[in-house]
Design a binder for this molecule. Structure first.
Ligand code: BGC
Length: 724
């Protein structure tokens, strides 16, 4: 989209301000996450000895979603004289933020028009060259004190417009500039047309101070809902708040009215081109328990793309709905088919699109939202239909193997993107990815539970609309029970059939040779080898199961499927995969921290700290500038919210099973459960849960295996033992 930020100045005898051309005396940049404000202070001296101070504040309004503003205060410290200020709207931008995409076409905007609005306004409209979306921006720039302004002229070029304001600066008399901008697109609701709306918003415009006031109130309300209080660890507290901030920058109240999904890199950069993957599985739990309205809106984004998913299933010869691994505007498959390995400079085939497990994510997310909110209307009109159509897809992609008398799923890729086929074969995909099969089994069972929750009439309607029969739903239960899960060794769940037969990888040798081996796939490809040959995973795959389900839930799933489950299943598998994962995805450490939370608190904390560093320390060495990692950001907050507190919303009970890592002395949360606030306080010694006064009935709170009944306004307090 066009850049609304350009604002600069020059002395009558000089060039436009450039930080590189002056001697910087002081520089401070601060992101105030409490009220969503970016502040910058620069003091500098130019080649002629003129010293100046520039203070900048910038907001993108959380209250008025069409408005953004910059305030600039320039103080001439030891000089007086004429300057020119240039304020512009720039529609000539190109998408060049990701180095490895630069060879691709980065030009997406066609200029439509530029013009002036009254004395102090400019406007620009552009259209995207493929989707034909129109965006209009209008900017109004005012100088204070007004007497400082001498004259204003407008300069235009295709897709670019600026005003040059000649001003008189006086020594030690701050000159303040306010640039406020209105932004509309042709997708916005309750508008006539983007240009008209941006013009009238600017004409009715308020001052920077007024905008800031409303913006700060909106942020304060968001923090009331979303903050998380940690005792005893300032660094974790600081980074978690930054993570909440970035999540809310990407998706919060203004999302509710839009047809948007949640891009895995936020709206912060161009990596993955804004595509929607499965990362919402790491993001929704936080929203479910804070602003569930946002989850609902994001699930509706999926619901609107159900027809496209049905079509995709049909095109591949399946029934039901098959959501694509990566998608965008209209929900069609958008995964790349070639991938540039920057190490070797080669474009290699990319078959990660075979990650059908994204479908289980969507069904799981619908159910989680329903469990947290009890939103029966959503389940009834939208959610159940998605779960049912996804169950249908799983039932049709699974085929019966008479030798085993089990159902199998072939040709897929699991969450670990390193393995996309068997070494030495041409056939794409893998057989029986355990995560996929177990999730499919869970969905097939869940579809029955979802249908049971519908009223008789709605159930009948849905049966008619989807041409469902009792025989079909009964067959889902049967297929779900008989899905095959591969094992090898002593109770190790094989990531996929044959994983245990792959070669062991020389982890120590490669670490010694390369240092950072997170992207082992690229290192091996550059050496003419392939990661498909080794027991080496990019990220948690089998372990995802222990992340998504409690041990009690998994015991049920395994029992239903007729596989053994013992208390050792989790630790044994965690140990096995822990040593075979490179963490090439930032999501991986969140999962590892989670699954170790009870068995090895120290190690869990180590993974947590590393996951916290994902973007603040750019641990992948350059990917943060391409866009933040929203799944890891939200995931770290959720690790504290649910992982360390053992919070679960299951079977109409709010469960807890706290186990804080040693460096965390206490956690304070305010969660939204079934439309009401619940205060939760966990320390190393006790758990306190309090339902607010508006809670209409008694609540069921589970601690380990016991269920307690708590009334509105009451506090449940439970003493905790130090060993969890
Ligand atoms: C991960 C995927 C993730 C995607 C987007 C990839 O590196 O392997 O699991 O969905 O990034 O974040």
């Amino acid at each position: 989209w066009p850049n609304w930020l350009p604002l600069s100045f020059r002395h009558a005898d000089g060039d436009w301000f450039d930080l590189g051309d002056v001697e910087v005396l002081e520089f401070r940049q601060a992101l105030d996450v409490r009220c969503g404000t970016l502040r910058r202070t620069v003091r500098f001296r130019d080649g002629r000895g003129r010293e100046s101070a520039l203070e900048v504040r910038r907001i993108v309004s959380m209250a008025d979603c069409h408005q953004a503003a910059i305030e600039w205060t320039l103080t001439a410290e030891n000089w007086s004289g004429p300057i020119e200020i240039r304020t512009a709207l720039d529609g000539t931008v190109r998408n060049e933020g990701v180095a490895r995409y630069r060879a691709l076409n980065g030009w997406h905007l066609e200029p439509l028009a530029t013009g002036c609005i009254g004395e102090d306004g400019i406007e620009l409209s552009v259209r995207t060259n493929q989707s034909r979306l129109t965006m209009a921006q209008a900017a109004r720039t005012r100088v204070f004190p007004a007497e400082a302004e001498r004259e204003r002229r407008t300069v235009e070029a295709p897709g670019w417009i600026a005003q040059i304001i000649a001003c008189e600066c006086r020594k030690q008399q701050p000159l303040r500039v306010e640039k406020s901008v209105a932004v509309y697109t042709s997708r916005d609701r309750a508008i006539s047309e983007p240009v008209i709306e941006s013009r009238s918003t600017i004409a009715r415009d308020s001052s920077f101070a007024e905008l800031l006031e409303r913006h700060s109130i909106a942020w304060a309300h968001l923090w009331d809902r979303c903050d998380i209080g940690l005792g005893g660890n300032d660094n974790a507290q600081f980074v978690l708040r930054l993570h909440v901030f970035h999540l809310l920058q990407t998706t919060s109240m203004s999302t509710i009215d839009l047809d948007v999904g949640v891009p895995s890199r936020g709206l912060h950069g161009e990596a993955y081109r804004g595509h929607i993957f499965w990362d919402e599985m790491f993001i929704f739990p936080l929203l479910n328990l804070r602003i569930p309205e946002v989850t609902r809106a994001l699930l509706m984004y999926r619901y609107r793309r159900l027809p496209e998913a049905r079509w995709a299933a049909r095109a591949e010869g399946y029934r039901g709905a098959m959501y694509p691994w990566q998608s965008g505007s209209n929900g069609r498959e958008e995964s790349q088919v070639l991938h540039l390995n920057p190490r070797s400079g080669r474009w290699v085939p990319d078959n990660t699109y075979r990650q059908r497990h994204v479908n289980a994510t969507i069904a799981y997310n619908v159910w989680q939202y329903y469990e947290a909110t009890g939103d029966a209307e959503f389940l009834s009109f939208y959610g159940a239909e998605m779960i049912v159509e996804i169950a249908r897809f799983w039932a049709s992609i699974a085929h019966h193997n008479p030798q085993r008398d089990r159902y199998e799923i072939h040709g897929v890729v699991g969450p670990d993107e390193f393995h996309t086929k068997y070494p030495g074969t041409e056939e794409l995909g893998l057989k029986n990815n355990a995560y996929t099969n177990i999730m499919a089994s869970w969905v097939l069972h869940c579809a029955g539970a979802a249908l049971d929750r519908l009223g008789r009439d709605r159930r009948r309607e849905l049966f008619e609309e989807l041409a469902l029969s009792d025989e079909e739903t009964a067959s889902w239960e049967e297929i779900g029970r008989k899905l095959f899960v591969p094992f090898h060794g002593e109770g190790i769940i094989s990531q996929f059939e044959g994983f245990g037969d792959l070669e062991e990888f020389d982890w120590d040798g490669y670490r010694r040779k390369h240092g950072d081996i997170q992207r082992l796939d690229r290192i091996l490809e550059a050496e003419g080898d392939t990661v498909n040959r080794y027991q080496a995973s990019k990220q948690a795959d089998v372990l995802m199961l222990f992340f998504l389900f409690s041990s009690a839930e998994l015991a049920e799933v395994f029992e239903r499927m007729g596989y053994p489950w013992t208390p050792e299943t989790i630790p044994k598998n965690v140990q096995y995969y822990l040593h075979r994962t490179s963490h090439g995805s930032t999501l991986s450490r969140v999962v590892h921290s989670w699954v170790l939370a009870r068995s090895d608190r120290e190690r869990s904390w180590g993974f947590f700290e590393r996951a916290l560093a994902s973007d603040v320390a750019d641990i992948q060495g350059g990917t943060t500038a391409e866009g933040i990692h929203l799944g890891a950001m939200a995931g770290t907050v959720d690790l504290v919210q649910r992982g360390y507190t053992g919070l679960e919303t299951r079977d109409d009970v709010l469960w807890f099973n706290p186990c804080l890592p040693e460096p965390l002395r206490e956690v304070h949360l305010r969660i939204r459960y079934r439309g009401h606030w619940v205060d939760v306080e966990v320390t190393q010694e006790r758990l306190r849960v309090r339902f607010d006064e508006t809670w209409p009935r008694t609540a069921r709170v589970g601690f380990r295996h016991e269920i307690h009944t708590v009334a509105a306004g009451e506090t449940l307090e439970i003493a905790l033992s130090p060993e969890c």
